[in-house]
Design a protein around this ligand. Structure first.
Ligand SMILES: Nc1nc2c(c(=O)[nH]1)N[C@H]1C(S)=C(S)[C@@H](COP(=O)(O)OP(=O)(O)OC[C@H]3O[C@@H](n4cnc5c(=O)[nH]c(N)nc54)[C@H](O)[C@@H]3O)O[C@H]1N2
Ligand SMILES: Nc1nc2c(c(=O)[nH]1)N[C@H]1C(S)=C(S)[C@@H](COP(=O)(O)OP(=O)(O)OC[C@H]3O[C@@H](n4cnc5c(=O)[nH]c(N)nc54)[C@H](O)[C@@H]3O)O[C@H]1N2
Ligand code: SF4
Ligand SMILES: [Mo]
Length: 733
């Protein structure tokens, strides 16, 4: 019998509602949930095609051990015993800190895993956390901590009410947005325009999202000058909310002096945005009854991600838009996540590495991982839900070479991906359709949601019998190693007992276990919401929680800085501000005719992990997008092969000529390069090339305040490929 089960997609942060048809524990079809309280029937192709991930014959469904060049199926007991023994040996020889974890983006949608993962690594005595946060957002967490007192005090635009939204370096119509929840992004931004407001995209590519509003090209990696001039012009033209600044902020004079001199005229020389246009935008911003600036990965991945987000937040605060209707909001989630995280302390800026780089929200820079392995600081890695060789800077393949030196590599994944090929063990995890869940932590716990709601979903299907939850894996490894979790022998013992019960063959024993369903039920009830059963019966499409409130942040104890004021002038940012900007500005002028490389997200792809979905990938879209005038000048036409070279490597790929591109900017969709993915049978047929081979690693390619990798705005040369197709096919295997 076919049954329809309601759940929500966990591929991107939009978490759209889904109606899943299930027959005999198999997913037949995935359709939009038209009654979902926020997504209202919106979905994209990735969500509705996830059945091909779910049912893929390539899935790993039992633990695998690499023996020579073969993969041997082993039991969980054997896997836990062998991995536990190796980890214990490394720990006694080199300390717990020699064991690292590397966490990827899909793990963000898993509410339970981080609790157990953190407990496991704490018990090990390791603070070596790496992952893709230093490819997308640690700069924002850093700024939140410095300005508002916690990495998770993270404001977001009040999209439902704003009259002016400026989106810098993001493409929400394709990406579904990041660090706040915005399904139906295109139509919701369209509504701003329909009610007489403005939506402005600042982007070196005329992106899909821009169809709803206005668009200005900006030269990649020059946003810092645009933002400094915007703030400076705002201050000079008197658009400052003086009472907000006087009552709730400190450091305004230092901020004002820092941006003084960055005139609209000065910025136009490098950004390409005219002084007149900038002035017009500042005036419109000031006149709007509620305005918000938002930025995301395109700027985060540049050379000045932290300084850019600082200036952007200062514009939102100083203009009086933070904490007001139509401006930016500090959400209130199920509990005060920012305060809880601060109490715990683990995620705060407290740990400086030998090289002086910080760890932000506990993350070491992923761009230092190759160095850290080769220096002997990291000897074992547990990768959860990531594919770092494709996702991270991997100059000329250096990251792979470093991983090959590890004493132990364990991958927890659905598939054997590219990093999995090098693993000693692969531990199979469930898909999100096989997991009970509530939405992302920032949505649920921190309330980063213009339309607050809650939804709970049971697992839609049971996972194959050899698959285990990530949280369970950490408990099982802890038991094998004799590590007490949560600083408590009793908790460790109980969890050890529990991990036997959860997957017991006997139903009555399973009933005694602490299951994900019970844990999530506890969280919902603790937050004063209906529990699991009521959610399933009464609110299968989600439950609206009422409008976000304003006036809940400034002047309250929710500002977590020591003096309760917003810090507009953190010392670390001001220290080298003038010198950094002045020298980078000169470099920009010197390089103004050179090509810069940016990435491109595509609606049919999610990072590295949709490449194996046949209905999504029917041909390559791994093109080098280039402006017509540039193409003519370098002698390239549509479909020709171009060689793109950086200081680190070169890649060859077909060209797509497009006036969506700003001149002297090329875009290459990132996270391709599946030539050696022999665990991914479909991805291999359309391998494409990996643009992150062109990105550098090490301190010179890391933003020093946040550890973010420099992945966008990389200087490159573009030329016709020396000998065409044959070479490319060889390189692609
Ligand atoms: N040049 C350039 N590079 C970029 C970017 C860019 O914009 N430009 N973007 C960066 C960003 S923002 C990110 S987040 C990274 C993304 O890169 P990653 O964080 O590595 O994420 P994915 O490629 O989505 O997924 C990696 C693996 O997770 C597995 N997986 C999926 N679901 C689950 C699950 O539920 N459990 C487990 N255990 N595994 C699962 C998939 O099978 C896949 O093998 O790429 C970064 N790389
Ligand atoms: N379809 C799809 N959706 C996704 C993902 C995916 O891979 N595919 N990945 C998910 C993940 S992990 C994340 S973190 C989010 C990211 O969500 P977004 O941040 O919205 O990601 P992008 O679409 O890459 O948007 C970045 C934009 O910045 C522009 N840009 C590049 N360099 C610069 C610059 O120097 N200045 C300015 N102003 N703009 C610049 C690019 O042209 C691009 O349009 O998306 C998530 N959603
Ligand atoms: S936009 Fe697509 S991938 Fe993102 S949650 Fe919705 S259906 Fe899933
Ligand atoms: Mo990301």
């Amino acid at each position: 019998m076919v049954e329809t089960k309601y759940t929500f997609c966990r591929i991107c942060e939009a978490t759209c509602g889904l109606a899943v048809q299930v027959e005999d524990n198999r997913v037949r079809k995935i359709e939009p949930d038209r009654e979902h309280v926020v997504s209202e029937g919106f979905v994209c192709v990735k969500g509705t095609h996830f059945d091909e991930v779910q049912n893929s014959p390539d899935r790993v469904t039992t633990p695998l051990k690499r023996v020579g060049d073969r993969w041997q199926e082993i039991t969980w007991d054997q896997a836990a015993a062998e991995i536990g023994e190796k980890l214990n040996a490394l720990r006694s020889r080199h300390g717990g800190g020699s064991i690292a974890h590397f966490v990827g983006s899909p793990a963000g949608a898993n509410v339970l895993s981080p609790m157990f993962r953190n407990a496991f690594f704490k018990a090990l005595g390791s603070n070596r956390m790496y992952g893709t946060p230093t490819t997308d957002t640690t700069n924002k967490f850093r700024v939140n901590e410095d300005m508002y007192g916690s990495p998770f005090r993270l404001a977001f635009p009040d999209v439902n009410h704003t009259r002016f939204l400026m989106v810098i370096g993001a493409n929400p119509a394709v990406s579904g947005n990041t660090l706040y929840h915005l399904p139906r992004a295109r139509s919701r931004m369209g509504e701003i325009v329909r009610r007489g407001g403005r939506v402005v995209f600042i982007n070196p590519r005329r992106v899909e999202s821009a169809a709803v509003g206005e668009h200005d090209f900006i030269r990649p990696d020059t946003d810092i000058y645009f933002l400094a001039a915007f703030l400076n012009e705002m201050i000079h033209s008197g658009h400052v909310a003086t009472s907000v600044v006087a009552d709730h902020c400190r450091g305004f004079e230092l901020l004002r002096d820092a941006v003084d001199g960055w005139t609209p005229e000065r910025q136009q020389a490098v950004t390409g945005i005219s002084a007149a246009r900038l002035r017009e935008l500042v005036a419109a911003h000031a006149a709007a009854d509620g305005a918000a600036l938002y930025m995301a990965t395109g700027v985060n991945q540049g050379r000045h991600g932290t300084l850019c987000f600082w200036l952007l937040e200062c514009i939102n605060v100083v203009s009086g838009n933070l904490d007001r209707r139509g401006g930016t909001l500090m959400g209130e989630g199920l509990f005060d996540m920012a305060r809880e995280v601060n109490k715990e302390g683990q995620m705060l800026l407290q740990y400086q590495r030998r090289d002086g780089l910080p760890t932000v929200v506990g993350n070491h820079p992923s761009g230092m991982l190759a160095d850290d392995i080769l220096a002997g600081d990291v000897r074992a890695i547990i990768v959860e839900a990531s594919n770092p060789f494709l996702a991270c800077s991997n100059p000329g393949g250096r990251l792979e070479q470093a991983f090959a030196e590890l004493d132990l590599l364990v991958c927890i994944d659905l598939f054997r991906n590219e990093v999995g090929n090098l693993a000693h063990y692969i531990l199979p995890a469930p898909t999100w359709l096989e997991r009970a869940e509530i939405p992302y932590a920032l949505q649920s716990f921190a309330g980063n949601n213009p339309t607050p709601y809650m939804i709970y979903s049971d697992a839609v299907v049971e996972s194959p019998p050899g698959v285990r939850h990530e949280w369970w894996i950490y408990c099982r490894l802890a038991r094998a190693m004799g590590l007490p979790l949560f600083d408590s022998r009793l908790a460790g013992w109980l969890l050890g007992l529990n991990d036997r019960l959860v997957y017991s063959r006997h139903r009555w024993l399973r009933r005694l276990a602490l299951t994900p369903e019970k844990m999530l039920n506890g969280m919902l009830k603790k937050a004063g919401l209906p529990g699991r059963k009521l959610f399933l019966e009464k609110h299968p499409h989600g439950m609206l929680l009422g409008e976000n409130r304003t006036g809940t942040f400034l002047g309250t104890d929710r500002v977590l800085t020591q003096d309760g004021k917003v810090n507009l002038a953190p010392d670390a940012y001001l220290e080298n501000f003038d010198a950094t900007l002045a020298s980078a500005f000169q470099e920009e002028l010197a390089n103004r005719d050179r090509f810069k490389l940016i990435g491109k997200r595509e609606i049919r792809r999610i990072n590295t992990s949709s490449a194996n979905v046949p209905r999504l990938v029917k041909q390559t879209s791994n093109f080098c997008y280039i402006h017509p005038a540039d193409a003519r000048e370098v002698g390239l036409g549509d479909g020709d092969l171009a060689t793109v070279a950086s200081d680190y490597d070169s890649i060859t790929l077909p060209v797509k000529v497009s006036d969506e591109m700003m001149p002297r900017t090329i875009a290459i969709p990132q996270c391709w390069g599946h030539a050696r993915a022999d665990g991914l049978s479909h991805a291999r047929k359309f391998p494409g090339v990996n643009s992150n081979l062109l990105a550098g690693d090490g301190p010179d390619n890391i933003e020093p305040l946040s550890g973010m990798s420099h992945l966008s705005g990389i200087l490159v040369t573009v030329s016709p490929a020396a000998c065409d197709k044959v070479w490319n096919e060889q390189k692609n295997g």
